[in-house]
Design a binder for this molecule. Structure first.
Ligand code: PMP
Length: 361
């Protein structure tokens, strides 16, 4: 038995389980458990990735200048205030590491993304949960949870795993109500799925304590390459660059992300396709007696009568080669989160849920 103990809080961290990728004994599997783009990345991104592969003996860029410029050009932002991470998970971790420690509080919403809590614990800080209203972010509850010890407030908009979103006025009210001693982090992992939404960039410009995080893992189809970014006030971004390792993102990942963000037409095609399939899937599931909240992201949250029914449906879907995601760990035991797939994936999962509700087990 080792006498060496980790820092307080570390053993409270549950191991994060990624979405299941295969089912024993089933070969024709559709993975709908991790909100990935069913079509993968654009051809331009793949080509850039392959080309970058010839330089594997070289360290990657340490300042990510090429990717930051591409993001700044496409989104109309200041490249100097962008920080690139190995997924937006890493930006979340940098924020906790740099701004929250023992005695500090980090607020996340009741059904908010797990990494906020886990990164707060890893930094030695105390995660604090703010209740939601019917699976929607509740600004008043977050403001009521704020104390003098609050250092960070994480809100994903749209939220994962609910898919719900709050409007610009509500986000602005939240930003205005938070102390200037705390940072509001608007997690825009699914922002690209929302038509004409800046992910909170305008609020970042307007305030000194708002940071936006984004990812290449969802709409851009590059989850396997681990690229995300943050945008915020210069002083905060300078702090994040100090905790960031110099070569935190691999060269081929940077190259693919740069080409992906510049391929605006492909991203737009994926967004439109997702919106169409998401509406179809939500309506098909509702038609089978399984309602979903209005989702603005690339997944739907399917609600069952109770936990037993959700678990039984999950098992049935797996027996049919369809992998959804259980979200009991998000205090949603009667729900399954289902990624919006391509047309065939959506049809298959809706059909199987219909069979299950019809008595198939
Ligand atoms: N934020 C939210 C809300 C997410 O759902 C995810 C991925 N599941 C992330 C951040 C992290 O994504 P990544 O690290 O791949 O950028």
């Amino acid at each position: 038995m080792s006498k060496i103990t980790p820092q307080p809080g570390i053993m409270d961290i549950d191991l994060y389980e990624g979405g299941q990728t295969h089912v024993e004994g089933v070969s024709d599997v559709v993975k709908l458990s991790s909100n990935e783009n069913p079509y993968g990345p654009s051809e331009a991104a793949l080509e850039a990735y392959r080309r970058a592969g010839y330089d594997l003996h070289r360290y990657p860029s340490s300042d990510h200048a090429g990717l930051r410029k591409a993001i700044a050009d496409v989104h109309g932002l200041d490249a100097e205030r962008i920080v690139v991470g190995a997924g937006s998970d890493e930006i979340i971790a940098f924020l906790c590491q740099a701004y929250a420690g023992p005695g500090d509080e980090v607020i996340h919403t009741e059904h908010g993304f797990a990494m906020y809590r886990l990164s707060a614990l890893a930094a030695g800080a105390t995660p604090v949960e703010a209740p939601e209203q019917q699976r929607v972010t509740d600004v008043d509850a977050i403001l009521a949870a704020c104390t003098k010890r609050t250092k960070l407030v994480f809100v994903a908009n749209p939220n994962n795993p609910t898919g719900t979103m709050i409007g610009g006025n509500e986000v602005a009210r939240l930003a205005a109500g938070i102390s200037e001693q705390a940072i509001l982090v608007l997690d825009g992992a699914y922002a690209e799925y929302v038509e004409e939404y800046d992910g909170g960039a305008a609020l970042v410009e307007a305030r000194d304590n708002v940071v936006m995080t984004r990812t290449f893992s969802k709409l851009y189809g590059l989850g396997g390459l681990r690229v995300g970014w943050g945008y915020g006030p210069k002083e905060i971004m300078d702090v994040l660059n100090r905790v960031r390792g110099p070569f935190n993102v691999a060269g081929p990942s940077l190259a693919a992300a740069e080409a992906a963000v510049r391929d605006v037409a492909y991203a737009e095609k994926c967004r439109i396709d997702n919106a169409r399939h998401r509406i179809w899937l939500s309506e098909a599931l509702a038609g089978h007696g399984v309602p979903c909240d209005i989702s603005m992201a690339n997944f739907v949250l399917a609600r069952f009568a109770d936990r037993d029914e959700a678990d039984a449906c999950d098992r049935y879907l797996k027996s049919q080669g369809l992998i959804a995601r259980k979200v009991a760990g998000y205090n949603l035991p009667n729900c399954l989160r289902i990624t919006v797939g391509d047309e065939s994936g959506c049809r298959r999962v809706a059909h199987a849920v219909g069979q299950f509700k019809g008595g198939a087990r």
